[in-house]
Design a protein around this ligand. Sequence first.
Ligand code: C2O
Length: 551
Amino acid sequence: GITRHYTLDIKMHNVTRLCHTKSLVSVNGQFPGPKIVAREGDQLLIKVVNNVPNNISLHWHGIRQLRSGWADGPAYITQCPIQTGQSYVYNYTIVGQRGTLWYHAHISWLRSTVYGPLIILPKRGVPYPFPKPHKEVPMIFGEWFNVDTEAIIRQATQTGGGPNVSDAYTINGLPGPLYNCSVKDTFRLRVKPAKTYLLRIINAALNDELFFSIANHTVTVVEADAIYVKPFETDTILIAPGQTTNVLLKTRPSYPSASFFMSARPYVTGQGTFDNSTVAGILEYETPKHAKTSIKNLQLFKPVLPALNDTNYATSFSNKLRSLNSKKFPANVPLKVDRKFFFTVGLGTNPCNHKNNQTCQGPTNTTMFAASISNISFTMPTKALLQSHYSGKSQGVYSPNFPWNPIVPFNYTGTPPNNTMVSIGTNVMALRYNTSVELVLQDTSILGAESHPLHLHGFNFFVVGRGFGNFDQNKDPKNFNLVDPIERNTVGVPSGGWAAIRFLADNPGVWFMHCHLEVHTSWGLRMAWLVLDGDKPDQKLLPPPADLPKC
Ligand code: C2O
């Protein structure tokens, strides 16, 4: 591999969408941010310069960061944020990964405007395990809010209650023609007939899983979260915040007399408020040289998307995702398990107790939501966990006593148990190097029924099982897929159901795990794993870089 240098200048930039102009935090004055391209095996040196009033940190979502946890990015987990006027060089090498990932701000809600594609090409001379595409096109879904980020945060963490609904979904920052005052801000993909295009699809939306479909075309899914999958054809994909999906689009054999909407809108399981708005881009066939009329003035077709709450579609799509598991790209599912964990994920009532002099995070009275993993709503520390661990000064920063099982036993069936009681804390789960972990994530769905896209930093995991209702530890493991389960970094834990994952803790450091719905993360649905160094020199976390920001 080679070394690639990037400079990302975090600066304010005026952007107008839906006839609203706002000054937002941007990367290099671009919204979304520029794409970063590297090859498997390359070293990246990305200098991030903070020229905004806010503290900032950047996360390279899905990058394994083997022994380089200092470059992972979540603020107060692996680093103190980069302060105004300061810079930090994220230094990491891409090992054994190729495909589409992305980067985003990892502090507060700044990822609403600070995000971009991170594309890892295979090593030079190594082909894709699918036909070579004519062109590759990143398509990154996001959300546009007319109000500024501070107002969004206030709404989520202080007024409590419902999630903040954005004003539009976007493709590459563009809401498209179905929104008011937005026709000119439409993502257009110009194609030639009888060619194959690789769409690198990223869901950077804050709070919604999305269905995506192109009218009158099918796509072939070939990769998810930078892992090749068994190819399958579909007319609609489902993608959760944090996830990436590569699809091949084969254009029609000859020029059609039409253009086609490429649309996305949410998959929402909750009964509460939901946003049924739709973002559309346009797939346009280039007008052939001798044509009399421009094709785009002819007909416009729209795709039929599944209903907002179509859980059957969502489930059957997710079940089709299997690791390619070829000779070259085997699925190395851990077959023996050293430690089994059962965590509940969900919303509960707010733990804030002024009498005990606890600091209140987020919602400030008991009628408001808190979110938790195993009844602990994770409080952000004021010092970075990784530094505290490395320097042996964990006291007063975190407790390494995250419970193996939820504090309040959980039973989904029957009358909802009183499982909404939550305590707050900065608790981490410590693991020996190379521990093989099985983790069952059980959604409680007691308050607000929504799927939770759980994201684990520092690892890929295998999704060995998913189901609805209570996880049954006697029956369900018998049906685990240990042959070709999907390997990824973000899994949708079904609303009122569970997901079982396995991973090998072969990466020393502190690794954040959280719901990738920003509103749930900020309410506390997050925790961290602490993986200890192994005995051999190449099993240890590297020392911190000299320019690592200080708190
Ligand atoms: Cu993409 Cu911790 O996040």
